[in-house]
Design a protein around this ligand. Sequence first.
Ligand code: SF4
Length: 238
Amino acid sequence: MKACKQGAISPDNKGLVNRDLCIGCGECANVCPTGALVLKGTKMTVQQVVMELRKDATSYRRSSGGITISGGEPLVQYDFTLELLKAAKEQGWHTAIETTAYADGKVIEKVLPYVDLALMDIKSMNPEVHKKFTGVSNEIILQNAVRVSEITQTVIRVPTIPGVNAEEEDILAISRFAKTLHNIKTIHLLPYHTYGENKYELLGRDYLMKDVMTLTPEKIQALKTVVEGQGFECIIGG
Ligand code: SF4
């Protein structure tokens, strides 16, 4: 393979991509002799996305279904997300968004009125734990959670990770916070799994969760009981 102009791929690194140097130009995918590097995704306009979605419009109408915008974080590209949501509403489709709500409050105010259902992650009520494992404070997220729940129907989702936020007191704190929000009925517990591990390897990234065990069914049940004890419906997964 031709050398990457950025020096992001070197034989000394077994051909793995150094993400600190990679600018995401995709040139390596064009010249990779084994086909191991593949450029995924297609650049599309909002209109092109809507045309694609319209192919399933009949089933949306029959099933009262709609679209869910997920990510990454859809509020990072909020201009595109907003235009897509508006277009979906013009088509009469139900709209959902998967979000951490880590965004400027003005973005929340602009985008959420076009969302019928917000599936909102809350990972930890502990600011230090949140910062350590996500790289950012939970302050903005918790502030935005209030506004999100006021604007639209909201489900709280908790990715539960042993050693981070999977003790009963962690889930109790999140459930108590959810009680302070507007009209939350359901909390989803998303048990940690290791399905993404090989992707990190393929991307040349360190998988920092190598030593984390998955939750036992008994432990998951105990966490579910905590959520239900606070008056919420609890769904495992979702
Ligand atoms: S996408 Fe490929 S060619 Fe482009 S900078 Fe990254 S590693 Fe180099």
